[in-house]
Structure formats: structure tokens, C-alpha cells
Design a protein around this ligand. Structure first.
Ligand code: BT5
Length: 237
């Protein structure tokens, strides 16, 4: 199960860093929740704003057979989207792995592997969901919290429990057929295969049709030529 073993910390630099350092002391499926993080991390050295009121936590996986990190990201993305949809929030996954509502980010996911002598010994998946926290002025244009969408506070314990139960069910049902996880992930993805989008190619904005989507590349048909887009920053909203 995910979250059967749970440690709640009032304040920590980053729950991902904490679990990566202390993975030996916890079992598979353990979670570490922080009321606030002082150095929450995003991808590629970016920082994650994590004051009191949000849901900031990491999940530890120590399976016998490791799945690709993408699989964990997809499982949690799907679980979070489906839990939010139960609350009537029409969230979607903005390729490759951010959770958005109406053009603004509500949640980010950061999977990391812990390796010893080039062997993966544990996987830590960090989840940051804006729940009852305020969004600072500098992020107001790009971020939103559930409290702002619903105009009321949401119980964090309910979210934590529902996301973890749902993620666990997905993991157990599909860990041997991960192509089915990709299928569900694609259902909630924006853009989708067939959508028309604008992309920045060598500083030129061109329009094209999405041909195929994978975790790390979006193939776009631009005037009959397939172009691989690797970064979200190449897509023009
Ligand atoms: C992510 O990174 O979206 C992954 C975030 C993972 C955070 C969790 S919290 C628990 C665990 N412990 C950690 O230390 N981390 C994980 P990325 O795609 O790189 O997005 C980072 C960017 O999102 C920043 O550069 C800001 O522009 C924006 N951002 C920062 N804080 C935000 C927030 N609270 N809500 C929405 N956007 C935010």
C-alpha cells in the first residue's frame, strides 16, 4: 500500500531530499509529508514554492523490479486528475507531466531514482499540490490552488488518502502492462495527438499538427515534415 507508513514533518528542506537520504529507514510505499518545505525542488534545479496549506509529500518505492520513472509520474498524474475530477475540477495533464486547470498549474510531480554503485535501490516520487495555500504575486499568472478554484478549503487528509489509494490501485492493476497506463495518460493530456499547435523551431513560430506523443518527445507535422519537440517551452500557448 502507499501511505500505510507515514511520517509527518512540520518543516523540512524537501521531502524528496529527506526520503532519498533516509530511504533505508522506510518500507516500500512509505510517505513523508511536510507541512511546509524551505527548499522545495522542481525539475532541473527549479524551486517549488511550498508554504503551509499545500500538500507536499514524497512516496518511496523499493520494488524488486523497478519500473521506469515515467510510469510513476503517469500513475500519480492520472490518480490526481481523477481525484480532482471527483471534486468537479476539470484538471488536465499538460505535456509532459504538469497538472493544470484552466491554463494554470495546480500540481507538479518530481520522480527521482536513488542509485548505489549504478544500481537503482529506490525511487522517490514527490508531489506538490496547491490546496489551501495562497499563491504569491510572482506566480499568480501561472499557478493556482484548489481553494481559489472551489472558493473554499479542501481537506488535505482526504486528498492525500484518495490520491494514494487510487495510485496504488493503478500500480497494481497495470504494472505488468504499462502501455495501458500510457493510454489513460494520453486521455488527459493537452495537447493531444491530432491537435493543431504552435511551436518555436529555431526562434521561428510555426504551426503544425501533433502526430505522436511520448514522455519525452512530441512529434509535430509542420508542412509535411516531422519535428521532434523536447521541451514544453517550445510550445506556444
Ligand atoms: C515540478 O517542477 O513541477 C515538480 C514539483 C514537485 C514538488 C514536490 S513537493 C514535494 C516534493 N519535494 C520536493 O522538493 N519537490 C517535490 P517543474 O516542472 O520544474 O516546475 C517548477 C516551476 O513551477 C517553477 O520554476 C515555477 O515557475 C513554478 N512553481 C513553483 N512553485 C509552484 C507552485 N507551488 N505551484 C505552481 N507552480 C509553481
Amino acid at each position: 500500500m502507499i501511505g500505510e507508513e507515514i511520517e509527518v514533518l512540520y518543516e523540512i528542506d524537501s521531502t524528496n531530499e529527506f526520503l532519498k537520504k533516509n530511504y533505508k529507514s522506510f518500507h516500500d510505499g512509505a510517505i513523508v509529508v511536510a507541512i511546509k518545505q524551505t527548499a522545495g525542488k522542481g525539475r532541473m534545479g527549479r524551486s517549488w514554492y511550498s508554504p503551509e496549506g499545500g500538500l507536499w509529500y514524497s512516496v518511496l518505492f523499493k520494488p524488486k523490479i523497478h519500473l521506469n520513472l515515467h510510469v510513476y509520474t503517469k500513475i500519480f498524474s492520472i490518480a490526481i486528475i481523477e481525484v480532482l475530477r471527483k471534486l468537479k475540477i476539470k484538471a488536465y495533464i499538460k505535456w509532459p507531466n504538469d497538472i493544470y486547470y484552466s491554463g494554470k498549474k495546480i500540481c507538479g510531480i518530481l520522480p527521482e531514482a536513488v542509485s548505489v554503485n549504478n544500481r537503482v535501490v529506490a525511487i522517490v516520487v514527490g508531489i506538490g499540490l496547491n490546496v489551501n495555500n495562497d499563491i504569491p504575486p510572482e506566480l499568480k499568472d501561472i499557478a493556482i490552488s484548489l481553494k481559489d478554484i472551489l472558493k473554499k478549503k479542501v481537506k488535505i487528509a482526504y486528498l492525500l488518502d484518495s490520491i494514494n489509494k487510487h495510485a496504488w490501485n493503478l500500480l497494481i492493476s497495470y504494472r505488468n502492462e504499462t502501455e495501458n497506463i500510457t493510454k489513460i495518460w494520453k486521455k488527459y493530456l493537452v495537447p493531444r495527438e491530432g491537435d493543431k499547435i504552435k511551436v518555436n523551431v529555431n526562434n521561428e513560430i510555426v504551426e503544425g499538427t501533433v502526430l505522436k506523443i511520448s514522455e519525452d518527445t512530441l512529434y509535430v507535422d509542420v508542412g509535411g515534415k516531422a519535428i521532434g519537440v523536447q521541451s514544453i517551452h517550445q510550445i506556444i500557448d
